[in-house]
Design a protein around this ligand. Sequence first.
Ligand SMILES: *Cc1c(COP(=O)(O)O)cnc(C)c1O
Length: 435
Amino acid sequence: MLKLSRRAAIATAAAASAWPATSKPALLGGAKIRTTAWPKWPVFGKEEEDALAKVLKSAVWNRSSGKVTAKWEEDYAKLTGAKACLATANGTSALLTSLSAMGVGAGDEVIVPPYTFVATINVVLALHAVPVFVDSDRESMQIDAKKIEAAITDRTAAIMPVHMGGAPADLDAILAIARKRNIPVVEDACQAHLGEWRNKKVGTYGLTGCFSFQASKNLNSGEGGAILSNDSELIEKCYAFHNNSRGRVSTGYNFAYVSRGNNLRMTEFQGALLSAQMTRLEAQTKLRRDNAAYLTSLLSKIPGVLPAKLYSGCTGNAWHLYMWRYQPEKFAGLPRAKFLKALSAEGIPASAGYSPLNKEPFLVNTLHSRGYQRIHSKEQIAKWEHNNRCPENDKLCQEAVWFTQNILLTDHASMDQIAEAIARIQANAPDLNKG
Ligand SMILES: *Cc1c(COP(=O)(O)O)cnc(C)c1O
């Protein structure tokens, strides 16, 4: 008999009595554990309807002539404690605008994590710069800040950490290296609305912090994005870039160009929708935090279920995703894909998350394209290919399981069902593995 600590023994006994774990899994014909629907996303009502109708009837649908998006920018800056906020068409354009305003371009390198949405890398490639991958910290699923310094070269123009799943990356370590080497930090906070590091909102630590309001995100205007910064001069550069080279004074038929640019502006409809959705954000975040904490207390008792570690500086996770690692050896070798199928049969939707981004063939293809070969030396590209190894991330991509944020907009009883379903699958893993 395995020697258990008193606490672990009590926990195991409690788990056993709360969950009839030996009952037949739904995938093998047993009764499904969760039969009611999970909350739909987005949540909306009369506030959104009124806000959109008001913009419609005003006949001012673009931000350059209107006041709705400008007001929302003020409110988001206030909510996050940032000096300035610029709304953009989407999160991708917030990142692109930030890098461009900082002068990142052809020939430069930008340090990025391999465990992120592809947009983090696409913006680097759009500027003809090279994304340099720093391996993941498997336990936290964030960029491994201890490995950043070794990846810095004389071409490194920015460090772009991602607050994956809404949990802050190790900002203390990242900012210390950035300061020491005098390299700007762009926080990809696209998943981290109201996330906090040492009681200050993420997105306010870097030279800029970027957010996405794409439909799946915790603050949603269908598409949308924003840049936060405490550097008012930089925000004006961002404004000009996102406004097709035109600063704030150049409106109407006054054509004055201050830099190169693009049209990445938010519409007044998006601004209106964001203002309405933002009235719900704090309460939703609080609910997600409460349920996530409870879920962690349950899942931590199940062998082979490893919730993503939070760094000690994290004082608030945005919980865009509830991320954990699945260890098949604790489930009689049941492969993750089969586990996810069994979980889904119990009425608990989950996904396997990202695949290794640094191994995407389109990356190497881009680096070998005509334009890149003209800018970057053969030696530099060969070195990139040689160094492009993220073994921890490769393992992480095989282990990860995600629950999406809407699952957390429920109650403790729903979290109990998730734990019950996992425990049931574990108890029946040998049978599930046969089928
Ligand atoms: C969603 C997301 C983006 C891109 O945002 P869009 O609004 O979809 O353009 C960038 N980075 C991360 C980590 C994201 O999750």
